[in-house]
Structure formats: structure tokens, C-alpha cells
Design a protein around this ligand. Structure first.
Ligand SMILES: Nc1ncnc2c1ncn2[C@@H]1O[C@H](COP(=O)(O)OP(=O)(O)OP(=O)(O)O)[C@@H](O)[C@H]1O
Ligand SMILES: [Mg+2]
Length: 463
């Protein structure tokens, strides 16, 4: 992937450079040609001015010849000065054989002798190369007395252009290399982070639930990926942890009641023929055992379901739920001779954050526990207070719990001295799980004289 990426970056850079360089080359050629033509034209006029006298009177032809020579040395252009008949009177050549030669057949000389300036390029038959030429008339007293022609091999222009293109080409090459290097550095850093992320996910796949990615390294996208990987890993390990504890709790806690159940049923079968009454007792006990088994399984399932998921949390009215729900306990309280006191403000509503059904189950479990230990004639109080952190309190006049017992009360399956038969020891564990899923806190406290004070502090919902 790394080399592929570098290849793509370099190919794109190369194409961009090429697209820019091709028109640049022809543009450079044009510019160079124009520049040369202009300077040749200027020089040709200067030479034409100096040729005037030599052409009219023949005086100073030698000096003109020297000037032409010098000009060729410095500029590389060939100089030919012709008289009005097109015969060369001065050339810049070392060998003077072309002196007196007839140039009137050359189109540019013919144009210049006709009084106009001729510029352009053409193939020379004598030199068999392409030539750039400028021919200007030499005018004296309104009549053309001759012409000056400067020629320049086109190859020189090509060479200059090639030289410049060479420089630009090297710059392009360096640009290409730099882009390749940048792509290498960038892709190396990206692939390094991705490799680390892959290693973490492979560790997780191999069963290492503690595998996490570093969410502080790399580009923002990679950090986001690392964070969502960590969230996924967190969730997967929580789910697996829940499954594991469900399986181990279930197998541990169900084995004893199931054995007891089996023994009771066996005994009932034995007694069936001789002592049907005793057999019926065993069967009733077996039924009670079955109820307990059902309660345990339901409790474990409730714990397994109470996942920590923020998206499940909703806003509910703590006051309304507590008020309505507590009323369902009133008949049982009356039957047991327990005075149920409810102190919940009628208005206004107390909006809190909780997962659906959590408040109801918390009220049920706490009232159930309190009622379990409340002696006849005692008081059971349920209170709701508003404020920044609304609270639900359930207080009883029972035997209460010691500090050590309070520390263990939320453990799964823990049951205290005062526990009555039939309980599972899961009620408070469920309360705690529901509360923490809802972002609430549960506390058990000893009351001054006697009894227990269970408090749940909720998060108030923002309007
Ligand atoms: N209000 C209370 N006063 C005294 N002890 C309590 C009170 N509430 C709970 N406990 C003690 O804490 C133990 C654990 O309570 P928890 O609700 O988890 O289980 P449980 O009530 O025994 O079983 P279940 O809730 O399934 O009926 C109880 O067995 C009891 O001994
Ligand atoms: Mg309970």
C-alpha cells in the first residue's frame, strides 16, 4: 500500500509537471526567437547606418569589414552588406571568396533592396541548415543604396532553449523527488499507525480483551479510528465479562437448589405410596425451590441486561414514578402491620436521567428489602427530594446492617443474617447496576437508633 501510494503521488506530480513543461518549451522557443530577431534588427540598422558611406563612395569599406568581423565574433551572426545591385561589398567571413557574389536572388535581400525590412527563417541551400535572418535597406537621400543582412543559425536558438529547458527539467526532477520523499514520509507515518492499530485488533481477535489502541497518535482520522476501536473493545469485553459472570454465577448458584429440588422430588416419590401427606409437603417445598430458581435466573438476566449504555438513558419524573409505584406496596404493608409513610412532593415534577424501568425496579427492591425486616408496628418511609441531585430514600426500623455488612451488601448472592428464606441475594446488586447505568449513586447508611437508610442520588435532567 505504501509503494502504491508513493507511485500514485509521483505519477500525478509527473503528469502535472509534463502538462506545464510542454507548452513552456514552445513558448520559450518563441520568446527566444523574438528576442533574437529584435536584437538582430537593431544591430542591422546600426550596421546599415555605418554602411551608408561605404556604399555611396566606397570609402571606409575596410573599417566596415572590420566592424562586421567584430560583430560576428561577439554575437555569432554572419554579416553581409550588398550594394544596390545585390553584390556583396562586405562580409564577416574569414575567407573573402564570397565578396562580389550576387545575393540579389535571396528573397530577403530582394525585399531589403525593395526598401522593406525582412525578418524570418528559411533553409539555406548553401549551408544546409535553418537560418534566422534580418535584412534591412541602407537608405541615403531617399533612395536605397544597398542592404545589410544578418543571419543566425536556428540551431543556436534551439540550443539556448534546450539549455533553459534543461534547468527547468532539473527543477522538475527535484520537485518529483521531493514529492516522492514527502509521500514516503507521510505514508510511512500513516502505515506505522495503521500497523499498530492492526496489532491491537489482532490481539483482541486472539482473545486479549485488554488490547487497546493509543488514541493520541497520528492524524485526526487515525485517532478517531483508534478511539472507536477502543470503544468497540470496551463494549466487547464488557459483554464477554457479563456473559462469563452470568454463566459462572448461574452454574454456581443453580447447582445447590437444583440438587435440593431433585432430592425433594425423589423423596416425594418414595413417600407417595405410604405417606401421601409427607409426599405433598415435599412437593410443596419443591415448588418453593422452583420459585427461587426462577427468581435467581430472572435476577441474573436482569443483571446481564443492565448494560452501561448512554443512548438508553431517558428523562423520567422521579416524583411521579415513586409516588405511583409505592402505592402498590400499601396493601401488603397493611397486612403486615407496617406503617407506610410516603413523602413525595406533589408538584413540581422532578426530572431525572435513568434507563427505562430503572426507577420502578429500584423502588421495588428497596421497599421489598425494608419490608422484609420491618417488624409489625414499625414505620417504613419513602421520601423523594428535588434539588440539584434529586434523591430517593427508603428507611425502615428493622435491625439494620453493620458497616462490614454494608460493604458487602451489593455483592451478588450475598445475604445477611436477617435474610428471610426465598431471597436470592441479587436485589441490591441489580439496584446498583441499574443506578450506575443511569448515572445515579446508591448508598446504604445506618440510622441513628435502628434500621437502615437506603439513598439513591440521581442526575437531574437538564431542561
Ligand atoms: N433494609 C435492610 N435491612 C437490613 N438488611 C438488609 C436490608 N436490605 C438488605 N439487607 C440485607 O442485604 C442482603 C442482600 O439484599 P438483596 O436485596 O441483595 O438480596 P435479598 O433481599 O436477600 O434477595 P432478593 O432481593 O432476591 O429477594 C439481604 O439478604 C439482607 O440481609
Ligand atoms: Mg432484596
Amino acid at each position: 500500500m505504501k509503494w502504491h501510494f508513493i507511485g500514485v503521488v509521483m505519477a500525478i506530480t509527473g503528469i502535472v509537471l509534463l502538462v506545464q513543461l510542454l507548452p513552456l518549451a514552445s513558448y520559450l522557443q518563441q520568446v527566444e526567437r523574438d528576442r533574437l530577431t529584435t536584437s538582430l534588427e537593431r544591430d542591422a540598422f546600426i550596421l546599415a547606418g555605418r554602411s551608408e558611406e561605404a556604399l555611396e563612395s566606397g570609402v571606409g569599406a575596410d573599417a566596415l569589414g572590420e566592424a562586421a568581423h567584430e560583430y560576428r565574433e561577439t554575437s555569432g551572426a554572419r554579416v553581409v552588406v550588398v550594394d544596390r545591385d545585390g553584390r556583396a561589398i562586405v562580409t564577416s567571413d574569414d575567407d573573402q571568396s564570397s565578396l562580389g557574389g550576387d545575393y540579389s536572388t535571396r528573397p530577403e535581400i530582394a525585399d531589403a533592396l525593395g526598401g522593406s525590412v525582412a525578418t524570418g527563417s528559411r533553409d539555406s541551400e548553401t549551408l544546409s541548415t535553418s537560418l534566422l535572418y534580418v535584412a534591412v535597406p541602407v537608405i541615403s537621400a531617399d533612395s536605397v543604396v544597398g542592404a545589410v543582412r544578418l543571419t543566425y543559425p536556428s540551431a543556436v536558438i534551439d540550443e539556448t532553449v534546450r539549455g533553459r529547458l534543461g534547468v527547468i527539467g532539473s527543477v522538475a526532477l527535484i520537485t518529483l523527488l521531493i514529492s516522492g520523499l514527502a509521500a514516503f514520509v507521510f505514508s510511512a507515518s500513516v502505515t506505522r499507525r495503521l500497523t499498530a492499530l492492526t496489532a491491537s485488533s489482532e490481539r483482541l481477535a486472539d482473545g486479549d480483551l485488554s488490547a487497546r489502541a493509543d488514541p493520541m497518535l497520528g492524524a485526526p482520522e487515525i485517532r478517531t479510528l483508534a478511539r472507536s476501536f477502543n470503544r468497540m473493545a470496551e463494549r466487547v469485553s464488557t459483554l464477554i465479562e457479563q456473559q462469563r459472570s452470568f454463566a459462572s454465577d448461574a452454574s454456581h448458584q443453580l447447582r445447590t437448589p437444583l440438587t435440593a429440588l431433585r432430592l425433594r422430588l425423589e423423596r416425594a416419590r418414595e413417600l407417595m405410596a405410604n405417606d401421601p401427606e409427607a409426599a405433598a409437603d415435599r412437593i410443596a417445598a419443591a415448588e418453593a425451590e422452583t420459585d427461587r430458581l426462577v427468581a435467581i435466573v430472572e435476577g441474573l438476566l436482569a443483571l446481564g441486561r443492565a448494560e452501561r449504555r448512554d443512548d438508553l438513558v431517558i428523562t423520567v419524573d422521579l416524583a411521579a414514578i415513586a409516588r405511583d409505584h409505592v402505592e402498590q406496596w400499601r396493601p401488603l404493608c397493611a397486612e403486615l402491620g407496617v406503617d407506610l409513610r410516603v413523602a413525595v412532593p406533589a408538584q413540581p415534577a422532578i426530572p431525572v436521567r435513568a434507563i427505562p424501568g430503572a426507577v420502578e425496579q429500584i423502588v421495588d427492591n428497596l421497599v421489598d428489602n425494608a419490608l422484609e425486616v420491618s417488624p409489625p408496628g414499625s414505620t417504613l418511609e419513602v421520601r423523594v427530594d428535588g434539588g440539584a441531585n434529586p434523591t430517593l430514600r427508603v428507611r425502615d426500623d428493622g435491625p439494620g446492617l453493620s458497616d462490614d455488612e454494608i460493604a458487602r451488601a451489593f455483592d451478588r448472592f450475598w445475604r445477611g443474617r436477617s435474610a428471610t428464606p426465598g431471597g436470592t441475594g441479587l436485589g441490591l446488586a441489580i439496584v446498583q447496576e441499574l443506578a450506575s447505568s443511569s448515572g445515579a449513586r446508591v448508598r446504604l447508611g445506618r440510622r441513628a437508633e435502628r434500621g437502615l437508610d437506603a439513598t439513591v442520588e440521581f442526575r437531574r435532567a437538564q431542561p
